[in-house]
Write a new protein. Structure first.
Ligand SMILES: [Fe+2]
Length: 237
């Protein structure tokens, strides 16, 4: 996979702010993960800590403070790299209250990274997506291929796209990291032109190692195209 990442790639999904979710635990982790990712060709990082009520109780203040801390630690280590924080929001009632009452942390402009539980979609999913867009946001759904409950019901993906979701594929889905069924769904979404962007979703070293695995696709062009789409999020020109 790593060989398909261009030199100027912008990653829009990762868990690199240490100690605030299930990603990097220490600054050493942050450093090791970002340095490996830089070696793969990633030039800009938009890192996205989880915001999940009762699980990862993050908010804008916590994330911004940790972002400042990490950037200052990078500077102390003579590392200068474009690094900013947004968030990965779990779509639930708490999220609805958030976007109705305060500004969300966005990837860029009004593009917001959202996820669902891996067990089921929220009952009010389409209401949330509608209200989110009324509030002025563009939902980028993280790793649609990982929601197993949609695998036997591919039409749901079409419905989500029609409801305004952009799709962010996890690059490790197409090396088989999350299993065969996720791989096949990822492949089908790519072949159908339904993927908009890619993300690394790097949490830890195992993810870095998996980037050395081969992509099992005959036609790499749809993948290359969506990887190139990530340039949309560039802050440097
Ligand atoms: Fe994530």
């Amino acid at each position: 996979m790593k060989d398909l990442i261009p030199e100027n790639h912008i990653d829009i999904h990762s868990h690199l702010l240490f100690g605030i979710d299930d990603g990097a635990k220490t600054f050493e982790d942050t450093l090791a993960l970002t340095s490996a990712m830089t070696d793969f060709g990633i030039k800009e990082f938009i890192t996205t800590p989880h915001i999940i009520q009762h699980v990862w109780e993050n908010n804008t203040a916590i994330i911004s403070a940790k972002e400042d801390e990490v950037i200052s630690l990078f500077q102390q280590n003579n590392i200068s790299l474009p690094f900013k924080a947004a968030a990965e929001y779990l779509m639930d009632d708490h999220f609805v209250k958030l976007f109705q009452n305060e500004n969300l942390l966005c990837l860029k402009d009004n593009y917001v990274l959202v996820e669902m539980s891996y067990i089921n979609a929220p009952i009010q999913l389409y209401d949330i997506l509608f209200d989110l867009q009324v509030a002025g946001y563009k939902p980028v759904l993280a790793h649609p291929e990982r929601y197993l409950f949609y695998h036997k019901n591919f039409g749901e993906y079409t419905k989500l796209k029609k409801a305004g979701c952009l799709f962010q594929l996890n690059m490790l889905s197409i090396v088989g990291y999350y299993g065969e069924s996720v791989f096949l769904t990822a492949k089908k979404l790519l072949e159908n032109g339904m993927i908009d962007y890619v993300g690394s979703d790097v949490h830890h070293q195992k993810h870095i190692e998996a980037f050395h695995h081969k992509v099992d696709l005959k036609d790499l062009n749809p993948l290359k195209e969506v990887i190139a789409n990530n340039q949309f999020f560039a802050t440097l020109k």
